[in-house]
Design a protein around this ligand. Structure first.
Ligand SMILES: [Zn+2]
Length: 291
């Protein structure tokens, strides 16, 4: 009863990939079983299944990466995490915040992080996103400083959820007739931008403290993603090799997947070299208004 009450009162931080995750894992199991069980499949049929498996592996890897990063964020700055995990709008209604870590350049607006802002048509205080009414959608690029970008975006969320109606007006008046730019949300008197910067600063301080006491070296999300993909792909390939243990086919399957991943992550890493954290966040981030 107590637990039910808690869930009714608070919103939550959620993994943006979670919606289809059990179905995705189930599909992976079924497809792997088919590769094992059906001996009379044509090479074309096998390749098609293998390609679907690769897509599903990708989804599961992004889900796992997001789970891991959210868990790290909670460990490093539990006070920031808790503020967003229990957020509600001006009228006290719980709002869920869906977070996705996405490949760099995958978003329509080229920014390190995006907090989408949209109002329900019949309720100016009700936030909405592609996840439904009373939800916020946040997307963060998978880069070396992903957690700092996340902190910054959650600062925007912290202000915008309980002040949606008034902030939407402010946003319209400030940014509507301005030329397209990626620093929306950061005019000098923009309260959302101030919260975002404050959350970012708090994260940096806590992260620095955390590094002093942590036994484990922090890993780049890019490296973690490469490892997750390899691990899930290897599981799929192990089963495949049991059915078709030819050397030629094995090479065809492993080489393209591995090299594509490595090239992509190296390119992003190179672009990050030598730039300061604040400059990256402040110039490359936007609040996207769907109003
Ligand atoms: Zn911002």
């Amino acid at each position: 009863m107590f637990i039910l009450t808690c869930h009714a009162v608070f919103g939550e931080i959620k993994n943006g990939y979670e919606k289809n995750i059990s179905g995705t894992k189930q599909s992976l199991t079924i497809l792997r079983a088919r590769l094992l069980g059906e001996e009379n499949m044509t090479p074309a049929q096998r390749r098609k299944i293998q390609s679907t498996i690769a897509t599903l592996v990708d989804h599961v890897a992004y889900y796992d990466l997001t789970e891991g990063l959210l868990s790290q964020f909670k460990t490093i700055v539990p006070e920031l995490y808790a503020q967003i995990d229990t957020i509600s709008d001006r009228l006290g209604r719980p709002v869920d915040v869906y977070i996705k870590f996405v490949p760099a350049d995958a978003t329509s607006v080229k920014a390190w992080g995006l907090t989408f802002m949209d109002q329900s048509s019949d309720d100016k205080d009700a936030y909405q996103s592609e996840y439904g009414k009373f939800t916020v959608s946040v997307k963060v690029w998978i880069v070396r400083r992903s957690l700092l970008v996340l902190a910054h975006e959650l600062g925007h969320v912290k202000y915008q959820v309980p002040n949606l109606a008034s902030y939407s007006e402010f946003h319209k008046n400030h940014y509507t007739n301005m030329p397209a730019r990626t620093s929306m949300g950061h005019d000098i008197d923009d309260p959302s931008g101030k919260w975002a910067n404050q959350f970012g600063k708090t994260f940096q301080k806590k992260y620095s403290d955390f590094q002093k006491i942590s036994m484990e070296k922090a890993q780049s999300p890019l490296d973690v993603l490469v490892r997750l993909r390899k691990s899930w792909s290897k599981n799929a390939l192990l089963i495949y090799r049991m059915t078709r243990p030819t050397h030629r086919m094995q090479n065809q399957l492993t080489t393209p997947a591995a090299s594509t991943t490595v090239v992509a992550s190296a390119r992003v890493k190179q672009r990050l070299t030598g730039k300061s954290i604040f400059r990256l966040v402040n110039t490359g981030e936007a609040v996207v208004s769907a109003l």
